[in-house]
Design a protein around this ligand. Sequence first.
Ligand code: ARG
Length: 453
Amino acid sequence: MTLWGGRFSEGPDDVLWNYTASRTDRRLLEVDIEGSIAHVQMLGSTGILTPTETETIADGLRAVLTEAQAGAFEFSDSDEDVHSAVERRLVELVGEVGGKLHTGRSRNDQVALDLRMYLLRAGDARVAELSSFVSMLADRAGRHAETVVPSYTHLQQAQAVSLGHHLLAYAWMAMRDIQRFADLRRRLNVSPLGASASGGSSLPVDPRVVARSLGMDGSFENSMDAVASRDLVAEYAWVCAQAMVHASRLAEELILWASQEFGWVSFSDGLTTGSSALPQKKNPDIAELARGRAAGTIGDLTALLALQKGLPLTYNRDLQEDKDHVFRADDTLSRTLEALTALVGSADFHPPAPSPWVTALDLAEVLVERGVPFRAAHEAVGRLVAALAAGGRALDEATVDDLAAAHGSFDAADLARIDPVDSIHRRATPGGGHPDEVHRQVEALRDRLASRE
Ligand code: ARG
């Protein structure tokens, strides 16, 4: 059954139907029915429908909602989309009066409302998953506050830091992903229902009543914007894509760290895969697929931007495609967070000590404390590094004479500064890699998570 037969002398051709009917939108089923209940109640409260009509339709929709919640709602191949399916089922249950449900609205404002309702809930679910992810990272970081690793710049060992500090960098990224979902919530929480096809209605519909009964912050200001715009869908996909990009960077590091060359981490057997050819292999496939799937999410965001760019106002059927992309991006993020939370949460971190070279800046800062200009101190330590490297020695093989040759302000006790563990304990600047700063960050993250609950 279509919702638009009157103008047509024959039914839709299979070719048309197969190409245009939507299946992806079936996951909007529950929000579609809830939106319809709010709509019919507005039609009653504004006197557009009688109390009896309103109650009959609302009761019918509640029955459809119960079927949907029980997983018992049956779609038919002849349903053009989820909205048609709900109206078809309503009429089956309550008879012809069900045909009054669509009074004063169109599928254009209806689908715009459904999407907002769906994405509000999905965003809340992603925030909960991201919170578990942050909490897991905070836990792991707290236990590795004293584990010393090199930080890298240009993938060259840079300074000594706590492994906990490194892990917490990802926790702060995820915390901002949480904030992005929360911020987007304010923009999503506005109802477009009542915009009708594009220009409102000659009936006295009241969009504010619908918004209020759905617990939304308000209703649209411009009916054409309400039905034509998909910026918030793209924004949702962007938040997913950015969170996936963060996940992908972590995944890339986990893959490197699990290599024999790094040897920083081992994953449990249950969360790694083997090779059909190479008996010795234990592959970090979860991390590799997280990295790979970030690509698809970026693609979904790109598709959503491209989908909008050439569209004249207002609704165009092209917009039906938005759901495929945003749902996939959302699903990808959800599944990735679950998998990475399990993988990192059970990982065994055992990084080797960093090379003594990571203390070179500390040595320069010793000179700075004694009044040597930083540029001169940098130069002196650079000379020391070059001399040692030329002789095939590492920094911790330097002697008092080497220090003295590099700069007259060094003294013998400074040799003790060539120690990565000493390095992280002396570097106590706010937000730096000191173990106390790791514990402070863990507390700060836990406070933020608790204040969101
Ligand atoms: N299935 C459509 C979509 O997802 C619903 C809106 C259809 N509107 C229309 N005038 N055909 O976008």
